[in-house]
Design a protein around this ligand. Structure first.
Ligand code: PRT
Ligand code: ZN
Length: 296
């Protein structure tokens, strides 16, 4: 066990975390745990993998089963898409939004079909694997349409005369395009979530808190960059005003008189929006480097 884990946690029954066995969530879920310093034993197709340096055991399951297993206490926690969680309507707590596997659930029609807004779906047949989310959305919009639940290959339903429209997961939109469909309404947005049972035993809650603490540090770091730049001393105050991010940048004197090195952490997506301003203010030799963990 990891020497940084309190001994009483090492002695405990491991927290059981359900992860998708194989699919769009699997690799990134396991990679996230790895980034958190949690090392899983090799599984060779087995359904459970204990971590060898942390009190956690992974159960590999179909994503559709994860909300139910967590709600029923078979797993203490799980990583699952928000779309599946919403559809299954099982009572679990959302612990952390994980920022990967982003997608949306959308209604799409054959490319040539006219669309005059939500009300034009009245009386239509819509094929989907998400009858609960779609049903709730239609009811909210005051639309009466019939829902055909099908479990896969939803995008071919209009082409084979099974439905007038579909409601399915969209990411890049290329599946819709290649099946001659156009997206007309995005009805639900989703990303991967860390979820847990609502009334965890305090011992498992303590392990989950540690997992969440590490995940937060990893996610924060993923969205941030460490920036180093040189600037003439007279420009430093202006540059510090421009730099978004942590409390106060570090300013160190350079060997060359009259110059300083400024270090700071900036949100990744904001770096490009301030780079021109930094240059105009006199910044030179900018280095932008990834951060592995960020603990505040
Ligand atoms: O076998 P198991 O039941 O575990 O897996 P699954 O086949 O049901 O799910 P899987 O692995 O396909 O997806 C797991 C989760 O990933 C989903 O529940 C979503 O939360 C998320 N996700 C993110 C996606 C997509 N992006 C996605 N693009 N799930 C499915 N798709 C499919 C979509 O169904 C459609 O066929 O990809 C196609 C559309 O993609 P684009 O890029 O062409 O628009
Ligand atoms: Zn599934």
């Amino acid at each position: 066990m990891d020497s940084h884990i309190p001994t009483r946690l090492c002695m405990q029954t491991p927290l059981r975390l359900a992860v998708q066995k194989s699919g769009r969530l699997s690799d990134q879920s396991v990679e996230l745990l790895r980034s958190c310093g949690i090392r899983l034993s090799r599984t060779n197709g087995k359904l459970r993998a204990p971590a060898d340096n942390f009190p956690l055991e992974v159960l590999y399951l179909r994503d559709d089963d994860i909300p139910g297993y967590v709600a029923d206490g078979v797993a203490h926690a799980g990583i699952v898409g928000e779309n599946v969680l919403e559809e299954k309507q099982r009572k679990v707590a959302i612990v952390e939004r994980l920022g990967f596997a982003k997608c949306r659930l959308s209604i799409a029609l054959p490319r040539g079909a006219a669309y005059g807004g939500v009300q034009s779906l009245n009386g239509r047949h819509i094929a989907t694997s998400y009858p609960n989310i779609l049903g709730a959305w239609l009811a909210d919009a005051g639309v009466e349409a019939s829902i055909h639940e099908i479990s896969g290959s939803v995008e071919i339903a209009p082409g084979i005369g099974l439905s007038d429209a579909i409601c399915d997961i969209v990411s890049t939109g290329s599946t819709l395009l290649s099946n001659g469909l156009k997206e007309v309404e995005a009805i639900f947005r989703s990303e991967a979530l860390l979820v847990a049972g609502e009334n965890l035993d305090p011992a498992f809650q303590e392990i989950l808190d540690q997992v969440q603490f590490r995940i937060k540090a990893v996610l924060r770091a993923r969205n941030s960059r460490y920036i180093l730049l040189n600037a003439p001393n007279h420009a430093v105050n202006r540059i510090m005003e421009i730099l978004p991010g942590m409390r106060s940048p570090t300013v160190l004197p350079l060997a060359e008189a009259g110059w300083s090195s400024v270090h700071s952490v900036v949100p990744e997506d904001e770096f490009w929006s301030v780079v021109d301003e930094l240059k105009a203010a006199g910044a030179e030799g900018m280095l932008v480097v990834p951060i592995e963990k960020m603990v505040l």
